[in-house]
Design a protein around this ligand. Structure first.
Ligand SMILES: Nc1ncnc2c1ncn2[C@@H]1O[C@H](COP(=O)(O)OP(=O)(O)O)[C@@H](O)[C@H]1O
Ligand SMILES: Nc1ccn([C@@H]2O[C@H](COP(=O)(O)OP(=O)(O)O)[C@@H](O)[C@H]2O)c(=O)n1
Length: 230
């Protein structure tokens, strides 16, 4: 019998550049461990969607900040039934559109946006009812949850990341996907550091690993730090 079930869920913090496998690997890790899963990038994407749906220019920072008042976002933490809603609209698929990818960095660079969303992430982490939660993004290991017991930087070479992402986008050439990823990483890097591991953060490089090997590598890092229970 488990009489020591923690009130505060164990946080596994994972950061990395676009296409490194953060969402898919984190979701698989969460499923295996019976943990929750929080995709923080989805919140920034959902805000970019909301801003565009409201007819606001994503470059107009003051209007983007004002739009936070009507930004009713819900991101589930069930890794098996992952969905993102803004109000009543299911935007799970729409926020993956390359059109959103092209503008999301513009809303993510606004300090008031980051403060607002970080509060939402911390509230969601605190409310998690499973024994742990895998939280992935760009600044989880450094800003959102710097005290997390497990902190990982998931990387892969730019060529491999572009190839993986273009395989998902039917009809997109690897070179144009690679250019778009590079441009987004460059824009995001001006706001948060996620290309190199901060002190105490373990790097998992998936360039030479297949998907299952990458999940195993992340589980191994978690297992090294805290006992993994069924
Ligand atoms: N180690 C891996 N080997 C092969 N494909 C992978 C690996 N990790 C992730 N993928 C695939 O690469 C694509 C991009 O992964 P994703 O999780 O969306 O990355 P991110 O969230 O970092 O942008 C997905 O189709 C995913 O299934
Ligand atoms: N913790 C985070 C997560 C995402 N983001 C922003 O949100 C965007 C989309 O994140 P994402 O994780 O969905 O992107 P992918 O790496 O999956 O393509 C990033 O390009 C960043 O601009 C952020 O600023 N901080």
């Amino acid at each position: 019998m488990n009489v020591t079930s923690p009130e505060i869920p164990v946080v596994v913090a994972i950061d990395g550049p676009a296409g490194s496998g953060k969402s898919s690997v984190s979701k698989a890790v969460a499923r295996r461990l019976g943990y929750g899963f929080l995709d923080t990038g989805a919140a920034y994407r959902a805000l970019a969607w909301h801003v565009q749906a409201s007819g606001i220019d994503t470059d107009d920072a003051a209007s983007v900040v004002a739009s936070l008042a009507s930004f009713d976002v819900r991101i589930g933490t069930d890794p098996a039934g992952y969905a993102v809603h803004v109000g009543d609209v299911d935007v799970t698929t729409a926020i993956r559109d390359p059109e959103i990818s092209a503008v999301v960095s513009r809303v993510a660079r606004v300090p008031e946006v980051r403060t607002h969303l970080i509060e939402l992430f911390r509230a969601s982490m605190a409310l998690e009812s499973r024994p742990g939660i895998v939280v992935e993004g760009r600044d989880i290991t450094t800003v959102v949850a710097p005290d997390a017991p497990v902190r990982i930087l998931l990387t892969a070479s730019p060529e491999v990341r572009a190839a993986r992402r273009s395989a998902e986008l039917v009809g997109s050439a690897t070179t144009s996907v690679g250019d778009a990823l590079r441009a987004r990483d460059e824009a995001d890097s001006k706001v948060v550091e996620f290309m190199t591991a901060a002190d105490g953060v373990t790097t998992v490089d998936s360039t030479e690993l297949d998907f299952d090997q990458t999940v195993d590598a992340v589980i191994a890092v978690i297992g090294n730090i805290q006992p993994v229970t069924d």
